[in-house]
Design a protein around this ligand. Sequence first.
Ligand code: SF4
Length: 358
Amino acid sequence: MKLKITFPRWGNYTIAFKTLFKELGLEVISPEKTTSQTIIEGAKLAPEMYCFPLKVNIGNYLETIKKGANTIFMVTALGGSCRLRYYSAVQDKVLQEAGHNVNFITFDQSPKDIFSKIKEISAASPWQIFKAVRFSFKKLRLIEKLEKIAQYYRPRQVEGTMTDKLLIEALVGLDRTEKEKDFPKFKKEILKKFAKIKIEKNKNMPKIGLIGEIYTVSDPIINFEVEKKLGQEGIEVHREMDLTYHLKKKIFFWKDWVIQKKIKPYLKSTVGGHGRDAIYEMLDYVKKGFDGIIHLLPAFCMPEVTIRPILEKIHQERKIPFLSLSLDEQVAEAGINTRLEAFVDVVKNYYKYKKKRL
Ligand code: SF4
């Protein structure tokens, strides 16, 4: 049977993952953009009390299975209290019970296991694997760079929605850049276009730090484009949590020790996932004089639910505006918009008050 690979959709990173499999010479059925229907279909099959990303993943799989996907490449975690460890086992069972006979290739996050699982599904040589990883990593880094540029440009742009128009153009172009040799030219041209957007460089504005669960904070569809909405309201958004941050922590493993030391007055043990990181990031944003913190978490995410009272405590102690948004299939965009609008008013007032006191 010819392998037709798919994988869970994850925001703009999907472009880089697709490139990895294509470069390995595999047939890929890339997950389509997540829609409310995708989420409804996934939630229908998934165990109700499981964390939200698992339900979205199942919805993504169902769409690719319809198009012929028969093999799912899925990440797992080796230890800790995060449910990612059981994702592929639960997803496999759920899909089998619904009559979908697909094969799961599950990899832990070590380079050795990633390499051996890639070897299992492709006939690529070590050199080809190296080149495929290198090219997809270049795309991944550019995606993160573009997202950061957009965070900076949106509240400063002079012309309406130029930044977001260009961001879409850049992501479509990146997806179409199929040869690594064409990548540097594409990157240079797109960055040049961004540099041409008219912005008010010296404009001062309130700043919000976005913290929380990695999938939720970095997938704009899942978080109802919170970064874009805040940017258009004249707020500069900062987000530390992304895939590179996570990968760096895998390499520089002692960073966890540093984080634990810094957050010790609030938490003395691990809670799994990126729970400790959210506390650390909030303390850091407070120290840097930010004007608000938004915490995003998927419903039933134990690490983030556990640390939420700690974030509340920091908010009470340091008096920084704080909003925690729990997202799942029941949450409607209109409700999120109302809460965001109210929070933006609080942040703007806090910013004005701070300025007056200076
Ligand atoms: S971090 Fe939270 S949402 Fe993500 S897999 Fe772990 S428990 Fe689930």
